[in-house]
Ligand binder design. Sequence first.
Ligand code: UD1
Length: 416
Amino acid sequence: MQKLAIQGGTPLRGEVRISGAKNAALPIMCASLLTADTLRLTNMPDLHDVITMRKLLEQMGVAAQVAPGEIAFTGDLINKWEAPYDMVKTMRAAILVLGPLVARFGDARVSLPGGCAIGSRPVNLHIKGLQAMGAEITIEHGYIHAKAKRLKGARIFFDIVSVTGTENLMMAAALADGVTVLENAAREPEVIDLANCLRAMGAKIAGDGTDTITITGVEKLGGAEHRIMPDRIESGTFLVAAAATGGSITLTETRADILETVLEKLTEAGAQIKVQGNTIHLEMNGRPKAVNVRTAPHPAFPTDMQAQFMALNCIAEGSAMVVETIFENRFMHVQELRRLGAQIDVEGNTAVVKGVDHLEGATVMATDLRASACLVIAGLVAQGETVIDRIYHLDRGYEHIEAKLEKLGANIRRLK
Ligand code: UD1
């Protein structure tokens, strides 16, 4: 199993290009199931999850033409409407094929994802929404089997805001008969990016970016070309790493408007931030100040940035409260941070972090994608060497992370 070894203590300095967003690329790849024409995607990140999703689509009969930073998908010869357990268990976003498959082919078999490190993560809202649109759903041998002649437009209310739930039903509704209204829908920028792509394919969608999305179904969707939006979590991760190490970095090809709460929190921590077009510059002088964070659906503070801010708070001046309201078990990184000398108390969904003046390198284990990013940040600030085990989590969602960090001056290497 591969590991990362980091020699801490060097402030990050320089420029880094932000990649296309994983959480936009994955649903948008699934939109290729909605048409027989070619969907050409650019600014595609080179990530394990993207490769897994491409393989899943190829297994169904989608043709994928891969070039650097681009993939063109053509779904004219799809002959299998199934997502097997082996793939869904490694990447929960595979559930996103369910809506498009049942909408276009009237039949889909998708493995139930099961639990994962950060919580139980059910898909009941995806299922309930498709049922409201007239799909007949049975659960058999661990698989969701959905059937429908043609889905019908419906009014669907989400009890809990769900990002992939919103995306799955938006794609299904694009080919349904009639109007679908999604209420209490997710407002994440990646939902807007998917809606933009679907509109380019001929879908009729309004209200994306608000909590009420209206989709008027069409008979057929066509091909399109779409550029994947920048990754706001990768952007946030590099900014926090620079702030924690007392560095000075410039992110290029990103967007500040999708990072508002994160930039506010970094400013509160003492960072100076300048935005110019699609670049963000951050400069940190001295020790960061502790900042409270409370995760909630967009536009509030993203759960995918919680662990990274926890790392920053570990070495900040003062104490901070970190409250996780989205996933019930997303403090797996706390135990590992404690091994580096962090002082953190957890009570239910709240962690109280008391800043210490330094962390000390140790061997730690990555437990999920964003927890891994948190350990990388902690390793960058810790004195001595930190070795992070199980970094396959990191490769799922961060493009060429050690190459990018090395270019910013970090002393980091991959142990194979
Ligand atoms: C997406 C993101 C993930 C991010 C999360 C929250 C992708 C590929 N992944 O995951 O990085 O951490 O949003 O911003 O975009 N829930 C239910 N029933 C459902 C669906 C969800 O109870 O049917 C609950 C979940 O357990 C969780 C909450 O709703 O507590 C939000 O989850 P959701 O927004 O669905 O997360 P994902 O879409 O899986």
